[in-house]
Design a protein around this ligand. Structure first.
Ligand code: C2E
Ligand code: CA
Ligand code: CA
Ligand code: CA
Length: 279
């Protein structure tokens, strides 16, 4: 354990002090951002084997008045630490379901799914399952159009608790995807016990898939695993046609990445989809 003396020394270390104040400033900025509605949800298309759009992933954006757009990797950890991720996460879920409700009334859009990222802190919250049910019912959306992206770090909470919660979500009809798959390989043996619909191959393995034999092997393994467990598989971060073709040869069924489209604000996404329909 750290002694008080060491903590005191750390505190007066100018570099540490700078980190501490930067974090405090970020946390306070986040609270203000939440009060002032500086968050926005962008959507990135996902496409199926035939190249048609099958859905989108909702990606949180912070439009800071002076910092500009702050990427989620830079504020999600702070939002988790301060618990702000709970109301923010609920808001993303609500925005996604509102969008699904709108699309469900349009014959040309009603097949689309929306994937929403769920942080560990959010999933762990005792009300989480009830909240998902409420939001889905309030908007009257078909639950199967909502997909929750979960990460393997949930398993740290204990496999039985996690499976039970996932089971309640599945009973509701919500789809479940395991995000960033391939990183925490240790949980491989648990995989078949999880009530999942999809595995998502992380961009980390897609990036160098054509040049790195290890990454190619991991992608191949994940795709094979998905097939043997009867799960869908989607690759993220697909930037080139060569990467897509390689993944397709391995049996990958769906894709997401800059090759197809970057994440877009809703108006731009609607325009993008209108153009697709005109083609
Ligand atoms: P993620 O869930 O792995 O999301 C995919 C990230 O890859 C997104 O970054 C997306 O913009 C980016 N991306 C997609 N295609 C490509 C590509 O072809 N090339 C490259 N270089 N990048 C691509 P983004 O939007 O910055 O989000 C980063 C992370 O923040 C997400 O990673 C996710 O973990 C987290 N996040 C985003 N929105 C939410 C949210 O609403 N709630 C929670 N809890 N986390 C979120
Ligand atoms: Ca994700
Ligand atoms: Ca990530
Ligand atoms: Ca990822």
């Amino acid at each position: 354990a750290k002694s008080a003396g060491r903590n005191t020394v750390c505190f007066f270390d100018p570099e540490m002090q700078a980190v501490v104040s930067a974090n405090a400033a970020l946390a306070s900025d986040l609270r203000q951002a939440w009060r002032e509605n500086q968050f926005q949800v962008d959507y990135q298309p996902q496409v199926g084997a035939d190249g048609r759009m099958i859905g989108v992933e909702a990606l949180l954006r912070w439009q800071h008045p002076t910092r500009g757009t702050v990427p989620p990797d830079q504020f999600i950890p702070a939002a988790e630490e301060t618990s702000l991720i709970i109301p923010i996460g609920r808001w993303v879920l609500d925005a996604a379901c509102a969008q699904l409700a709108e699309w469900s009334r349009r014959p040309d859009r009603k097949h689309l799914t929306i994937a929403v990222n769920v942080s560990v802190r959010q999933f762990r919250h005792p009300e989480f399952v009830d909240e998902v049910m409420q939001v889905v019912q309030e908007w009257g959306v078909p639950p199967g159009k909502l997909k929750l992206e979960l990460t393997e770090s949930l398993l740290a909470d204990g496999i039985d608790v996690t499976i039970a919660k996932m089971g309640s979500l599945k009973d509701m009809g919500v789809a479940l995807s395991l995000d960033d798959f391939g990183i925490g390989y240790s949980s491989l043996s648990y995989l078949k016990r999880l009530p999942l619909d999809q595995l998502k191959i992380d961009r980390e393995f897609v990036k160098d898939i054509l040049v790195d034999a290890n990454d190619a092997a991991i992608a191949r393994t994940v795709i094979g695993l998905a097939h043997s467990l009867n799960l869908d598989v989607i690759a993220e971060g697909v930037e080139t046609e060569e990467q897509r073709a390689f993944l397709e040869r391995q049996g990958c069924g769906s894709y997401q990445g800059y090759l197809f489209c970057v994440p877009l604000a809703i108006d731009q996404l609607e325009a993008f989809m209108d153009r697709l329909q005109e083609e």
